[in-house]
Design a protein around this ligand. Structure first.
Ligand code: LMR
Length: 392
């Protein structure tokens, strides 16, 4: 049986992790996978998470199964963090293993209820989106998103393409901090997207993996909240990997908003999908998140640290844009300071990306996506000089 297996394409982001690890050069710089690093290169356990873990060790009395949907308190706390008040009566939800688990379950739910629906993804998008859609054998289409010349959003192209969405199609949107480009819609543009998708009778599917990394915890949820308030049905896949820094704990959530009268059937389907795929979702990370969000002091501590993280990334963006201004004698990298989130697609060719890796030991994804949080005050000028050296 196993002999009939063919090699699978490697995920281009994960592939970089091993290439970087195997590079013996001590001054190497990792701008690949989306993991936050502080000025010392460490991905720290956040202070509130540490405090919650300590408390959990003291008070936890059992490790028996949770419910299939996870702990209801987690789902309720996450719903409030993402959408605020007012949606509980129409929100079915399940805890999932990370944001990827939520995306997978959302796609499986779409497949169950609307097997002929086309799932629209932005071009470009996180490579695992099309990968899972294809793996599930679902129909897929792309809408334009990025303007390579300005490194901003190709809004005219986006609107034109979304105008072709069919009733019942699903449109996958990055709620904030677009991955991989770092270019984002402003509120007026979101309002127009809502208008078009309402007219097309589409179902929005929001991927919210970086809430708190762009303009702030609430500001980053504004588009998702607008969508939730306007559409009869919405899917939201959210992750706690980045904003709580608990990557390996695998804490995510899938929220399905629909008519309140159908909530229990939707919930039953979500529970069913969890049972088919892994039975019970992981609990540890979700429990820490719940403890933090239910405790005012821990919430304040967590929000303060998340804000430090966000400000650090904004500072690095500005420093890199300034340094590139000096090194290239031009303003063509000013967009880096305007982008939001962990990533920016900086617009180098694949050959330049390879040269940066081979000659300068600087690792970024082949489409020239850099992880801003992989930089620090020392490496910003090194990167800027290397970009100039490869003719960027
Ligand atoms: C990324 O885009 O680097 C992150 O979302 C990590 C991943 O799983 O790809």
């Amino acid at each position: 049986m196993l002999e009939s297996l063919k090699p699978q394409p490697q995920d281009k982001i994960l592939q970089l992790i091993s290439l970087y690890r195997d590079d013996p050069r001590p001054a190497k710089i990792d701008l690949g996978v989306g993991v936050y690093k502080d000025a010392t290169g460490l991905t720290p356990v956040m202070r509130a998470v540490k405090a919650a873990e300590k408390k959990l060790w003291e008070v936890e009395t059992t490790k028996t199964y949770t419910g299939l949907a996870g702990e209801l308190a987690y789902n309720a706390a996450m719903l409030t963090m993402i959408l605020g008040q007012g949606h509980a009566d129409r929100a079915a939800s399940v805890a999932t293993p990370g944001g990827t688990g939520a995306i997978r379950q959302a796609l499986e739910l779409i497949k169950l209820s609307a097997p002929d629906a086309t799932v629209w993804i932005s071009n470009p998008t996180w490579p695992n989106h099309p990968s899972i859609i294809k793996y599930l054998g679902m129909k897929m289409a792309e809408y334009r998103y990025f303007d390579a010349a300005s490194r901003g959003v190709d809004f005219a192209g986006l609107l034109e393409d979304l105008g072709r969405v069919k009733p019942g199609d699903v449109v996958l949107l990055h709620g904030c901090c677009h991955n991989p480009t770092g270019a984002n819609l402003d509120l007026a543009q979101w309002a127009q997207v809502v208008e078009v998708l309402l007219a097309r009778r589409a179902v929005p599917f929001v991927d919210l993996a970086y809430q708190g990394f762009g303009d702030g915890l609430d500001a980053d949820a504004t588009a998702t909240r607008l969508i939730a308030s306007q559409f009869p049905e919405v899917l939201i896949a959210a992750s706690c990997s980045k904003n709580f820094g608990i990557y390996r704990e695998r804490a995510g959530i899938l929220i399905a908003l629909g008519d309140a009268s159908h909530k229990s059937v939707t919930q039953g389907n979500l529970n069913f999908l969890n049972r088919q795929n892994y039975s019970f979702p992981p609990d540890h990370g979700a429990r820490l998140v719940t403890m933090i969000l239910e405790d005012a002091a821990l919430t304040a501590e967590w929000k303060a640290e998340l804000e430090e993280v966000r400000q650090n990334m904004l500072g690095l963006r500005q420093a890199l844009a300034d340094e590139l201004r000096r090194m290239t004698n031009s303003d063509r990298y000013d967009f880096i300071a305007k982008h939001r989130g962990m990533f920016s697609r900086i617009g180098l060719s694949e050959a330049q990306v390879i040269e940066l890796r081979d000659r300068h030991a600087i690792y970024m994804v082949g489409d020239s996506r850099i992880n801003i949080a992989g930089l620090n005050a020392k490496t910003v000028p090194i990167l800027a000089a290397a970009i100039a050296a490869v003719g960027g």
